[in-house]
Each structure stands twice: as structure tokens, then as C-alpha cells.
Design a protein around this ligand. Structure first.
Ligand SMILES: Nc1ncnc2c1ncn2[C@@H]1O[C@H](COP(=O)(O)OP(=O)(O)O)[C@@H](O)[C@H]1O
Ligand SMILES: O=P(O)(O)OC[C@H](O)CO
Length: 497
């Protein structure tokens, strides 16, 4: 085992990463490429699927140089991906018929309104564990079929394929042979019955999506196929694991037992709690979703989805041009004692859990003549922690399990101010792992387990190491007072429509 490794491909919203892990779960090489964000209209977000695939090719080439190893030393590849983002392509030419419609995009609001008017909310919640919102893939596929000339008839003739990004990548990596997704990604489409574990005929009919478009749904940890030898100097490497990035992070954080939870701070923020073999239904806007399916056993999770987290920091950088890098926000925020009553509600694409309001937009409250750049920066960072607090409150209520400790990961967890403020807001320990690429690690674990690189989950336990544990430093009264201000701000933003 000492000279073999697992390659993980993490295709996220803002970048594509290839990371090589060794048998101890250590990173031995990493390569990263940014992904262009396309905003054709306000509220719409798209990606170029060809650019995504090319970025994967590039990082795969680079990572071997970074790690100084050869493709023949890769025991398996694991795939993890931004979820819900939908691609439809021609199965003969391999060309997408439209851009990838990204999870954040609101362009299917009208399709969703029609579904709601048609009274379909109950059946969708009942069978998918999700809700009617432009976030999920189903309405994006329907939208593409309705907006691209001739797409629907081509779909009916069986000429087109649909996939989330995992599917798109596996299809390309396998030399266009394997059209597959895993349970966790299927559970985000709005088309998959997470209780019966099958594509749902009624939902396909409601959204008018031909079944011929759909990939086969497989285990999150099994050999789906092999890479086209053209990509790795004639070597065919097993593609052996796949999971949506948030579920992969849950696995990478080793949240294997019911009640264990993690929060990932990337473009958005996603808190998932493992609920084991029980699919817990939510009364407060959490999603019931598949964590992973392995060897025929499905494990579920409760999820709170926050649409804007790190992307609010990108707005400070690229929109307002207040900072040059995301990392600078730490010093600005720590240099103040408080925001002096300023609240930023970064509802740029509406609000997810627990509000689920597509129409609300961003707002800033509490400005005075004394408000400066640092106050806005700090209030934006704090908004990430407040949104997470809102999710944690409903998660505890719906699961009946107190969150006694939160494991964190994702691009923004290097921000010490944010982590401490998060901890203060939750009033429980926040644990940041040594390997913060837990999403990629989770995909590597899933792939490695499938090929016997690791024997079973117990072989992974010793690998989870804590880099830093944050402990709460403010009083309950202060916590309550700050959070009440946030709730007022959210309600005021929601009233302004
Ligand atoms: N030090 C930091 N403080 C706050 N936010 C940060 C910091 N570093 C990165 N980010 C934010 O984290 C996000 C990138 O994290 P990543 O996990 O790579 O995201 P994704 O998988 O969604 O592409 C960006 O939105 C960026 O603004
Ligand atoms: O790309 P990320 O890490 O922001 O994750 C996006 C989520 O999977 C969307 O559901």
C-alpha cells in the first residue's frame, strides 16, 4: 500500500480540485483551477460543462507533478461534486445542449410556481424529502428541455442524456461509456424516491422528463467503470466512488454515527446530520436526503442549506471591491469589538433553510455615519454564522438531538474570526480538522473502500485529527441579544419585496 494512492476529483462551484491522498489520509498532491461563473440574467447562474471537463483534465495532469507520482500508482478515483447542477448533452456528439444550470440559479422560479399552483408540494416532499425550489435539478432539466430548440423531441427520441456533475465527469472519464450517478446525488434531483430508491414515474410525468435521459443509480462506493486509457498514459484506473460534495464531507469528517453533524463553509454553507437508517422528516425547512448508499444499505441525513456564505465574501472582494482577498476579512473583523449594530443579510439568491424564500434579496441594516468598511466586512462574516445558527436550531428541534459539537470544513474555515464567532453563536465547541479538504477525503474514502485500499470504516478512525477546537467565549445573554438583532434584520429583508 505504501506506494499506491487514491485520486480524488472535487468539482466545486468555484473551482475544480484534484487531490491525491495516501493510505493515512494525508494529502500528497493538490492541483486547483477556478471555474468561470456565468450570470446571463439577474439571479441566474450557469457554468460551461466543457470548461468543467477541461478543468478536470488539467488538474489531473498537474496533480501528478505536484505529488511526484505516476498514474500507475493510483488504486482508484473518487468523484465529488457541486450538487444539483444539471447538464443535458447529446449522447452521440458528447456536446451539452445548454450551459450547466447551477444549483444557485433561480431561473426556474416560474416552473416552481407552476408546480406549487398544481398542488404538487406534498407528493414532492413525501417522496423526495425535498421541497419545490429552483435549487434542485428537476426543474432545471425541465427548463433546459423547454428552452432549447428541439430539445424535447430529441429527448423523446432518446438522443439526450442528463447528469449532475458526477455523472457528466464519469461519462467523460470512462470514454463516454458509463452513465451513472450515486444515491446521494440522485437524492438531490427532485426526481428520485429516496424511500423506494428508484426514479419516480409520477414526478417524471409531472415535470415531463423522459426516463431515457436518466443515469443508472449506483452505490456511492463501487467500481462504476475504468478511465479511458487515453487520459493516463495507457492505464485504465477504476472509478470507484462518488458522492455529492456535502455528503462526501460528512463521510470525510467520519460522521458515521447517527447524531454526528458537520458544517461546510464554501460558496454556500451546508450542515448535515447523520440520521442512520432513519429518514427523519422536518417541520422546519430542513431537507431529508440520502447521505450515502453502500452495499445496498442506505443511510440518511438531515440537511440545512444556506445558499450564500463564502460567495458573500466574494461579493465584498469582486462586487464592492472592499478587499483584495477573502483572507483579509479576518483582520478587518478582529480589529473591531462589534459591528456596532450593523447586520448584512446576504440573500442574493433568496434564502434557504429555514426560510425558503426565493424572492427575498440582500439588505444591510443599522448603518450610521460611523459605519466603515470594517463594519460591513465583519457583518458579512457574522451573517454566515447567524445563518448557520438558524439551521442548527431547527436541526436540533427536528432531530431531537442536541448538537453538542460541530465539525467544520470548507474554504472559509481558515478564518479564525468566523470560527470563533460561529462558536460563540452556537454556544458549543467547533472542531476544525487537520485535513480541511474533507470533501475530497470523503470521496477518496468511498473509492478506497470499494477497491479494498482500506478494509472498512474502522480502518479510517485513527485518521481524524483536530487542528483546532474553538470554545464559546460570550455569555448566553449576549448571544441571545446578537441573534435577536439578526432575526429582526432577516424579517425586515423578507418584508421588502
Ligand atoms: N479566509 C477566508 N475567509 C472567509 N471566506 C473565505 C476565506 N477563504 C476562502 N473563503 C471563501 O470560501 C469559498 C471557497 O471555498 P470552497 O470550499 O473552495 O468553495 P466551493 O467548493 O463552493 O467552490 C469562497 O467563496 C471564498 O470567498
Ligand atoms: O460547491 P460547493 O462546495 O459550494 O457545494 C455546493 C453544494 O453541493 C450545493 O448543494
Amino acid at each position: 500500500m505504501s506506494d499506491t494512492y487514491i485520486l480524488s476529483l472535487d468539482q466545486g462551484t468555484t473551482s475544480t480540485r484534484a487531490i491525491i491522498f495516501d493510505h493515512d489520509g494525508h494529502i500528497v498532491g493538490i492541483a486547483q483551477r477556478p471555474i468561470k461563473q456565468i450570470y446571463p440574467q439577474p439571479g441566474w447562474v450557469e457554468h460551461d460543462p466543457i470548461e468543467i471537463w477541461e478543468s478536470v483534465r488539467e488538474v489531473m495532469d498537474e496533480v501528478f507533478i505536484s505529488a511526484s507520482i505516476k498514474p500507475s500508482q493510483i488504486a482508484a478515483i473518487g468523484i465529488t461534486n457541486q450538487r444539483e447542477t444539471a447538464v443535458v448533452w447529446d449522447k452521440t456528439t458528447g456536446q451539452p445542449i445548454y450551459n450547466a444550470v447551477v444549483w444557485q440559479s433561480r431561473q426556474t422560479t416560474e416552473v416552481c410556481d407552476k408546480l406549487k399552483q398544481g398542488g404538487h408540494e406534498a407528493i414532492i416532499r413525501e417522496r423526495t424529502g425535498l421541497r419545490i425550489d429552483p435549487y434542485f435539478s428537476g426543474t432545471k432539466v425541465a427548463w433546459i428541455l423547454d428552452h432549447v430548440d428541439g430539445a424535447r423531441s430529441r429527448a423523446e427520441k432518446g438522443e439526450l442524456l442528463f447528469g449532475t456533475i458526477d455523472t457528466w465527469l464519469i461519462w467523460n472519464l470512462s470514454g463516454r461509456l458509463v452513465h451513472v450517478t450515486d444515491y446521494s446525488n440522485a437524492s438531490r434531483t427532485l426526481l428520485y424516491n429516496i424511500f423506494e430508491c428508484s426514479w419516480d414515474k409520477d414526478l417524471l410525468e409531472i415535470l415531463d422528463i423522459p426516463a431515457s435521459l436518466l443515469p443508472k443509480v449506483s452505490s456511492s462506493s463501487e467500481v462504476y467503470g475504468y478511465t479511458d486509457p487515453a487520459f493516463f498514459n495507457g492505464i485504465a484506473v477504476p472509478i470507484a466512488g462518488a458522492a455529492g460534495d456535502q455528503q462526501a464531507a460528512l463521510f470525510g469528517q467520519q460522521c458515521f454515527e447517527p447524531g454526528m453533524a458537520k458544517n461546510t463553509y464554501g460558496t454556500g454553507c451546508f450542515m448535515l446530520m447523520n440520521t442512520g437508517e432513519t429518514a427523519v422528516r422536518s417541520n422546519h425547512g430542513l431537507l431529508t436526503t440520502i447521505a450515502w448508499g453502500i452495499d445496498g444499505n442506505i443511510e440518511y441525513a438531515l440537511e440545512g442549506s444556506v445558499f450564500v456564505a463564502g460567495s458573500a465574501i466574494q461579493w465584498l472582494r469582486d462586487g464592492l471591491e472592499l478587499i483584495e482577498s477573502a483572507a483579509e476579512t479576518d483582520a478587518y473583523a478582529s480589529g473591531l469589538d462589534s459591528t456596532e449594530g450593523v447586520y448584512v443579510v446576504p440573500a442574493f439568491v433568496g434564502l434557504g433553510t429555514p426560510y425558503w424564500d426565493s424572492d427575498v434579496r440582500g439588505a444591510v441594516f443599522g448603518l450610521t455615519r460611523g459605519t466603515g468598511k470594517a463594519h460591513l466586512i465583519r457583518a458579512t462574516l457574522e451573517s454566515i454564522a447567524y445563518q448557520t445558527k438558524d439551521v442548527a436550531l431547527v436541526m436540533e428541534e427536528d432531530s431531537g438531538i442536541p448538537i453538542s459539537k460541530l465539525r467544520v470544513d470548507g474554504g472559509a474555515v481558515g478564518n479564525e474570526f468566523l470560527m470563533q464567532f460561529q462558536c460563540d453563536m452556537l454556544g458549543v465547541s467547533v472542531e476544525r480538522p487537520t485535513v480541511q479538504e474533507t470533501t475530497a477525503l470523503g470521496a477518496a474514502y468511498l473509492a478506497g473502500l470499494a477497491v479494498g485500499y482500506w478494509k472498512d470504516r474502522t480502518a479510517l478512525v485513527g485518521q481524524a485529527k483536530v487542528d483546532k477546537r474553538f470554545e464559546p467565549m460570550i455569555s448566553e445573554q449576549k448571544r441571545k441579544q446578537l441573534h435577536e438583532g439578526w432575526i429582526k434584520a432577516v424579517n425586515a429583508a423578507a418584508a421588502f419585496k
